[in-house]
Design a protein around this ligand. Sequence first.
Ligand code: MN
Length: 229
Amino acid sequence: MKKPIIGITPQLNDSGDIVSRPGYIECIKRAGGFPIILPFEENIDQTVDLCDGFLLAGGPDFDPVLFGEEKLSCCGNISPQRDEYELRLISAALASGKPILGICRGVQALNVALGGTLYQDLPTQKPSSVCHRMTVVGSDVIHSVDILEGSPLRALLNTDRTMVNSYHHQSIKNLGRGLEITAVAEDGVIEGVSLSNHPFCHGLQWHPERLENKDTERIFAALIRACKI
Ligand code: MN
């Protein structure tokens, strides 16, 4: 049986290799999808035609110029090639109505693509006692998120609160057009959004692909299920 093709946004490593973390690939496969790593191909229309859904993956910081701010010293490494590519891709992907799941940088990319803004560095600009930047990569969780009542994420996860990991130092500041908040951390940091009037467009600030639990299964199963092939 044909499997839905999920295009994963590419990561450029220090040597310039185009890579993807294995968790994205594994979770898509496990849910019945066919993952491909997008190769920065400039023909965005053909890219969008090729894919049945999209996974906007984690990665470096967004260039604040793209949301109308100067880059502060607290902002981390940026990848102009990836910024430019993702903004074009997201715009075309949104127009296609095909399912989109944004993870970590991916939710931030979605927000910027829709005209929203980001905190360049949470500890500097929105200090709190919640640790959003875990230093150990593993399957551990570190903070809770409240899943808002009536939100599409609540319908998907069927819970009002869950524990998540956290590998970010930036987050959504002002929401992009049409986005609604679906999850928040105890300190008010936005941890989940979805796009109103879209069949399936979710963004999560945590990394479900690094957790093995029901939430992760449900999120990836829903992404694959939403693909029309
Ligand atoms: Mn967090």
